[in-house]
Design a protein around this ligand. Sequence first.
Ligand code: F3S
Length: 78
Amino acid sequence: TLVITSTCIDVKDGICTTACPVDCIYEGERMFYIHPTECIECGMCESICPVDAIRYADEVEESQRPFLALNEAAFHDA
Ligand code: F3S
């Protein structure tokens, strides 16, 4: 999966959702989240984000690692 990190918070540009071919990026209250199992890891969203918020899960910086769990938790009720 890919994961959205802190720079999305309160920015929510949303252009990533237009890049995603499987529509797996969902709007949350303060940021968008990538559905961890719907994501096909194509990477189309990664380069398009104007605040560089999106990472491949295995390339998330140490300080941003909580966002792995946050992206997953965003879908626990779905
Ligand atoms: Fe957020 Fe960037 Fe998408 S700011 S909504 S991850 S384009």
